[in-house]
Design a protein around this ligand. Sequence first.
Ligand code: SAH
Length: 222
Amino acid sequence: MAWRSSGATNELLIDNLARNGLITQARVKQAMLGVDRAHYAPFAPYQDSPQTIGHAATISAPHMHASACESLLAYLRPGARVLDVGSGSGYLTHVLAELVKPGGRVVGVEHIEPLVEMGIRNTRKSAEGRGLMDSGGLRYVNADGRLGWPEDAPYDAIHVGAAAVAFHQPLIDQLKAPGRLFMPVEEGNTQHIFIIDKKEDGTVTRKRDMGVRYVPLTDAPR
Ligand code: SAH
Protein backbone atom coordinates (compact mmCIF):
# COMPACT_ATOMS: atom_id res chain seq x y z
CA MET A 1 0.00 0.00 0.00
CA ALA A 2 2.67 2.46 1.08
CA TRP A 3 5.04 1.91 -1.83
CA ARG A 4 2.35 2.40 -4.45
CA SER A 5 2.14 6.06 -3.56
CA SER A 6 5.68 7.00 -4.68
CA GLY A 7 5.89 9.62 -7.44
CA ALA A 8 8.46 11.37 -9.62
CA THR A 9 7.73 14.80 -8.12
CA ASN A 10 6.38 16.15 -4.85
CA GLU A 11 3.05 16.84 -6.52
CA LEU A 12 2.77 13.29 -7.92
CA LEU A 13 3.68 11.78 -4.53
CA ILE A 14 0.97 13.80 -2.76
CA ASP A 15 -1.57 13.08 -5.52
CA ASN A 16 -0.84 9.36 -5.22
CA LEU A 17 -1.20 9.45 -1.43
CA ALA A 18 -4.60 11.08 -1.92
CA ARG A 19 -5.62 8.64 -4.65
CA ASN A 20 -4.71 5.69 -2.40
CA GLY A 21 -6.79 7.10 0.46
CA LEU A 22 -3.78 7.93 2.67
CA ILE A 23 -4.64 11.64 2.51
CA THR A 24 -8.37 12.33 2.75
CA GLN A 25 -8.45 15.94 3.95
CA ALA A 26 -8.01 18.84 1.51
CA ARG A 27 -6.17 20.95 4.08
CA VAL A 28 -3.61 18.20 4.65
CA LYS A 29 -3.13 17.77 0.91
CA GLN A 30 -2.67 21.50 0.47
CA ALA A 31 -0.12 21.75 3.27
CA MET A 32 1.87 18.76 2.00
CA LEU A 33 1.86 20.16 -1.54
CA GLY A 34 3.29 23.34 -0.06
CA VAL A 35 6.38 21.68 1.43
CA ASP A 36 8.87 20.05 -0.96
CA ARG A 37 10.19 16.83 0.63
CA ALA A 38 13.37 17.19 -1.42
CA HIS A 39 14.37 19.93 1.03
CA TYR A 40 14.19 17.38 3.88
CA ALA A 41 14.93 13.89 2.53
CA PRO A 42 18.52 13.51 1.31
CA PHE A 43 17.71 10.91 -1.35
CA ALA A 44 14.59 9.39 -2.92
CA PRO A 45 12.47 12.20 -1.44
CA TYR A 46 9.35 11.25 -3.42
CA GLN A 47 9.35 7.59 -2.44
CA ASP A 48 6.71 6.64 0.12
CA SER A 49 9.17 5.12 2.58
CA PRO A 50 11.28 6.30 5.52
CA GLN A 51 14.80 7.55 4.68
CA THR A 52 17.87 7.79 6.87
CA ILE A 53 18.98 11.32 7.79
CA GLY A 54 22.06 10.35 9.86
CA HIS A 55 22.53 10.26 13.66
CA ALA A 56 20.43 7.05 13.77
CA ALA A 57 17.38 9.13 12.82
CA THR A 58 14.99 8.75 9.91
CA ILE A 59 12.55 11.00 8.14
CA SER A 60 9.28 9.10 8.44
CA ALA A 61 7.43 7.86 5.37
CA PRO A 62 5.08 10.36 3.69
CA HIS A 63 2.00 8.25 4.51
CA MET A 64 2.93 8.41 8.23
CA HIS A 65 3.31 12.19 8.06
CA ALA A 66 -0.08 12.35 6.33
CA SER A 67 -1.65 10.13 8.98
CA ALA A 68 -0.27 12.26 11.83
CA CYS A 69 -1.62 15.47 10.23
CA GLU A 70 -5.01 13.90 9.57
CA SER A 71 -5.36 12.66 13.08
CA LEU A 72 -4.40 16.03 14.60
CA LEU A 73 -6.25 18.11 12.00
CA ALA A 74 -9.22 19.21 14.12
CA TYR A 75 -6.72 20.83 16.50
CA LEU A 76 -4.61 22.43 13.76
CA ARG A 77 -6.59 25.65 13.29
CA PRO A 78 -5.09 29.00 12.29
CA GLY A 79 -3.47 30.43 15.41
CA ALA A 80 -3.01 27.05 17.12
CA ARG A 81 0.06 26.14 19.18
CA VAL A 82 1.79 22.90 18.30
CA LEU A 83 4.71 20.89 19.68
CA ASP A 84 6.62 18.44 17.47
CA VAL A 85 8.82 16.17 19.60
CA GLY A 86 11.76 14.59 17.72
CA SER A 87 11.63 17.06 14.84
CA GLY A 88 14.54 15.39 12.98
CA SER A 89 14.59 16.57 9.36
CA GLY A 90 12.03 19.29 10.15
CA TYR A 91 9.65 18.15 7.39
CA LEU A 92 6.61 17.51 9.57
CA THR A 93 7.35 20.53 11.75
CA HIS A 94 7.13 22.67 8.61
CA VAL A 95 3.92 21.00 7.38
CA LEU A 96 2.34 21.52 10.83
CA ALA A 97 3.35 25.19 10.71
CA GLU A 98 1.65 25.52 7.29
CA LEU A 99 -1.53 24.05 8.81
CA VAL A 100 -1.78 26.61 11.62
CA LYS A 101 -1.04 29.69 9.50
CA PRO A 102 -1.77 32.50 10.01
CA GLY A 103 -0.94 33.23 13.62
CA GLY A 104 0.02 29.69 14.67
CA ARG A 105 3.19 28.70 16.47
CA VAL A 106 5.01 25.41 16.12
CA VAL A 107 8.01 24.36 18.18
CA GLY A 108 10.17 21.44 17.04
CA VAL A 109 12.09 19.81 19.90
CA GLU A 110 15.11 17.71 18.97
CA HIS A 111 17.80 16.37 21.33
CA ILE A 112 20.62 15.99 18.78
CA GLU A 113 22.13 19.41 18.09
CA PRO A 114 23.29 18.67 14.49
CA LEU A 115 19.70 17.61 13.71
CA VAL A 116 18.38 20.87 15.18
CA GLU A 117 20.72 22.65 12.77
CA MET A 118 19.61 20.37 9.94
CA GLY A 119 15.95 21.20 10.60
CA ILE A 120 16.72 24.91 10.49
CA ARG A 121 18.83 24.57 7.34
CA ASN A 122 16.18 22.45 5.57
CA THR A 123 13.34 24.80 6.48
CA ARG A 124 15.29 27.82 5.27
CA LYS A 125 15.61 26.32 1.77
CA SER A 126 12.15 27.63 0.82
CA ALA A 127 10.73 31.14 0.95
CA GLU A 128 7.74 29.82 2.93
CA GLY A 129 10.03 28.15 5.46
CA ARG A 130 12.16 31.28 5.85
CA GLY A 131 8.98 33.33 6.30
CA LEU A 132 7.74 31.01 9.05
CA MET A 133 11.06 31.04 10.87
CA ASP A 134 11.50 34.80 10.60
CA SER A 135 7.96 35.49 11.85
CA GLY A 136 8.19 33.11 14.83
CA GLY A 137 5.60 30.73 13.35
CA LEU A 138 8.16 27.94 13.49
CA ARG A 139 11.26 27.32 15.56
CA TYR A 140 13.52 24.48 16.59
CA VAL A 141 14.93 23.96 20.06
CA ASN A 142 17.55 21.57 21.42
CA ALA A 143 16.06 19.74 24.40
CA ASP A 144 14.77 16.43 25.75
CA GLY A 145 11.31 16.19 24.23
CA ARG A 146 10.09 13.80 26.94
CA LEU A 147 9.80 16.91 29.07
CA GLY A 148 7.85 18.77 26.39
CA TRP A 149 8.63 22.47 26.02
CA PRO A 150 6.88 24.31 28.86
CA GLU A 151 7.82 27.75 27.58
CA ASP A 152 5.16 27.73 24.84
CA ALA A 153 2.59 25.46 26.55
CA PRO A 154 -0.27 24.73 26.53
CA TYR A 155 -0.50 23.15 23.08
CA ASP A 156 -3.56 22.42 20.96
CA ALA A 157 -1.69 19.51 19.40
CA ILE A 158 1.46 17.55 20.25
CA HIS A 159 3.11 15.16 17.81
CA VAL A 160 5.80 12.71 18.93
CA GLY A 161 8.00 11.36 16.14
CA ALA A 162 9.86 8.67 18.11
CA ALA A 163 8.60 5.66 20.09
CA ALA A 164 8.20 6.31 23.81
CA VAL A 165 8.39 3.68 26.54
CA ALA A 166 5.91 5.59 28.70
CA PHE A 167 3.07 8.11 28.47
CA HIS A 168 5.27 10.99 29.58
CA GLN A 169 3.22 13.08 31.96
CA PRO A 170 4.80 16.46 31.01
CA LEU A 171 3.43 15.99 27.48
CA ILE A 172 -0.07 15.35 28.81
CA ASP A 173 0.22 18.25 31.27
CA GLN A 174 1.23 20.59 28.43
CA LEU A 175 -1.88 19.76 26.34
CA LYS A 176 -4.62 22.33 26.17
CA ALA A 177 -8.17 21.30 27.15
CA PRO A 178 -9.27 20.43 24.52
CA GLY A 179 -6.11 19.16 22.90
CA ARG A 180 -4.69 16.04 21.25
CA LEU A 181 -1.42 14.13 21.57
CA PHE A 182 -0.29 11.71 18.82
CA MET A 183 2.49 9.40 19.98
CA PRO A 184 4.02 6.01 19.17
CA VAL A 185 4.45 3.90 22.31
CA GLU A 186 6.50 0.71 22.71
CA GLU A 187 4.91 -2.26 24.40
CA GLY A 188 7.27 -5.24 24.44
CA ASN A 189 8.28 -5.94 20.85
CA THR A 190 5.49 -3.92 19.31
CA GLN A 191 4.77 -0.24 18.85
CA HIS A 192 1.41 1.40 18.36
CA ILE A 193 0.24 4.93 17.76
CA PHE A 194 -1.75 6.24 20.72
CA ILE A 195 -4.16 9.13 20.43
CA ILE A 196 -4.46 10.89 23.77
CA ASP A 197 -7.24 13.44 24.05
CA LYS A 198 -7.67 16.00 26.79
CA LYS A 199 -11.31 17.03 26.81
CA GLU A 200 -12.63 20.46 27.62
CA ASP A 201 -13.32 19.40 31.23
CA GLY A 202 -9.72 18.19 31.59
CA THR A 203 -10.42 14.46 31.45
CA VAL A 204 -7.89 12.44 29.48
CA THR A 205 -8.68 9.49 27.22
CA ARG A 206 -6.28 7.16 25.46
CA LYS A 207 -6.92 5.20 22.26
CA ARG A 208 -4.60 2.64 20.71
CA ASP A 209 -4.35 2.97 16.93
CA MET A 210 -2.26 1.30 14.21
CA GLY A 211 0.93 -0.72 14.67
CA VAL A 212 4.05 1.23 13.62
CA ARG A 213 7.86 1.18 13.61
CA TYR A 214 9.61 4.33 14.88
CA VAL A 215 13.13 4.99 16.21
CA PRO A 216 13.12 5.18 20.04
CA LEU A 217 12.51 8.28 22.14
CA THR A 218 15.64 8.05 24.28
CA ASP A 219 18.37 9.81 26.23
CA ALA A 220 20.55 11.99 24.02
CA PRO A 221 23.70 10.17 22.81
CA ARG A 222 26.95 11.29 24.47
N1 SAH B 1 9.45 13.65 12.48
C1 SAH B 1 10.85 13.41 12.19
C2 SAH B 1 11.26 12.11 12.85
C3 SAH B 1 12.72 11.95 13.00
S1 SAH B 1 13.19 10.39 13.73
C4 SAH B 1 11.02 13.33 10.69
O1 SAH B 1 10.14 12.78 10.03
O2 SAH B 1 12.04 13.80 10.17
C5 SAH B 1 12.92 10.71 15.44
C6 SAH B 1 13.71 11.85 16.01
O3 SAH B 1 13.49 11.90 17.41
C7 SAH B 1 15.23 11.75 15.81
O4 SAH B 1 15.66 12.90 15.14
C8 SAH B 1 15.77 11.67 17.23
O5 SAH B 1 17.02 12.33 17.37
C9 SAH B 1 14.68 12.37 18.02
N2 SAH B 1 14.62 12.02 19.45
C10 SAH B 1 14.76 10.81 20.03
N3 SAH B 1 14.64 10.92 21.37
C11 SAH B 1 14.42 12.23 21.65
C12 SAH B 1 14.22 12.97 22.87
N4 SAH B 1 14.24 12.38 24.07
N5 SAH B 1 14.02 14.31 22.77
C13 SAH B 1 14.01 14.93 21.56
N6 SAH B 1 14.21 14.29 20.38
C14 SAH B 1 14.40 12.95 20.42
